[in-house]
Unconditional design. Structure first.
Length: 313
């Protein structure tokens, strides 16, 4: 039995599940100040007899186990959570193995472990919702580097008809500032849910997301790009993004993947549970790292498909 915590800026999803990704139960806790939110999370897991815990958090975070601030939420503007030792708070209560990563890497991990992109070694997951974040898997490893990818803040070439300045407090006209759910709301004066029949809204949104896809293709060369988050529930975006990405590449990159854009730029496939399922995978990997004998037995039962995905530092 593994615990999973998908720590978001709006809500904290807590769950328990099995190594095969099956979610047995889950609850949602509003993200308030740490002093209010963390006791609820701890109470949830207290009587669950979990063997390990996987945590995927909003950020920026410090994902480097060698760092003195490993497991911290670092430079977030969210009140109360700046330089908060999230993993440390959990370790004080639960002396068990723990895996830790970004929320978007958790979603990516869920998709390549349990979803329609299972087994793909080079993939990108982009979440477009309250914010925009990206997780990158390269050569079967989640990419971190000096921190972790923050490609949700790519600078954008402005759409010719767009006069919106951008709402990112750091960069204004970056991808998050131009294409997040709140940016759509600010630009058009109503929420994305109320704009479904406005073709100009989604043409503009597709223009910005296609820029991101093009930049990712040219920099990290993924074999698949997965788009998730609340904004991507607007399914009409997918053909727009695919078409505009191809136009922007202008034939420069030619691969078999790009010949089939419908299966290259794809929606998330796990009914919005990809993040929590990724947390289960983080927990399982942390458990097997500290219990290698159990890992060997597990491979005998379940084949090699649950080989841990390692982070790149």
């Amino acid at each position: 039995m593994f615990g999973a915590l998908e720590a978001g800026g709006t809500k904290m999803v807590c769950a328990i599940g099995e190594e095969n990704g099956k979610i047995l139960e889950q609850v949602s806790i509003p993200t308030r100040m740490p002093g209010e939110t963390m006791p609820e999370i701890i109470r949830y897991f207290k009587d669950k007899d979990i063997k390990a815990l996987g945590v995927a958090s909003f950020g920026p975070v410090d994902p480097d186990p060698a760092s003195p601030t490993y497991g911290y939420i670092t430079s977030t503007p969210k009140p109360g959570w700046h330089m908060y030792d999230l993993l440390g708070a959990l370790r004080k209560e639960f002396p068990i193995p723990m895996g830790f990563d970004t929320d978007v890497n958790g979603s990516l991990l869920g998709e390549v472990t349990f979803g329609a992109s299972k087994g793909i070694s080079d993939a990108v997951y982009i979440t477009i919702g309250t914010g925009v974040g990206m997780g990158i898997l390269s050569g079967g490893q989640l990419v971190h580097g000096m921190l972790h990818p923050e490609a949700g803040h790519y600078r954008m070439i402005r759409h010719p008809k767009d006069r919106f300045e951008g709402r990112c407090p750091y960069h204004k006209a970056c991808l998050e500032g131009m294409a997040s759910g709140p940016a759509i709301n600010d630009r058009w004066g109503v929420s994305a849910k109320e704009l479904g029949d406005r073709d100009e809204v989604w043409e503009m949104e597709g223009y910005y997301l296609a820029q991101a896809c093009m930049n990712l293709i040219l920099t990290v060369s993924p074999k698949r790009i997965i788009l998730g988050g609340g904004v991507m529930h607007q399914e009409k975006l997918f053909p727009i993004i695919r078409e505009k990405t191809a136009e922007m590449l202008n034939g420069y990159v030619k691969t078999k993947e790009l010949e089939d854009m419908e299966h290259y730029i794809v929606p998330a496939s796990l009914n919005d549970d990809q993040g929590i399922m990724g947390c289960i995978k983080l927990a399982a990997d942390a458990y097997h790292k500290e219990n290698p004998t159990g890992m060997s037995q597990n491979k005998t039962r379940n084949t090699e498909e649950h080989e841990p995905v390692r982070g790149v530092f």
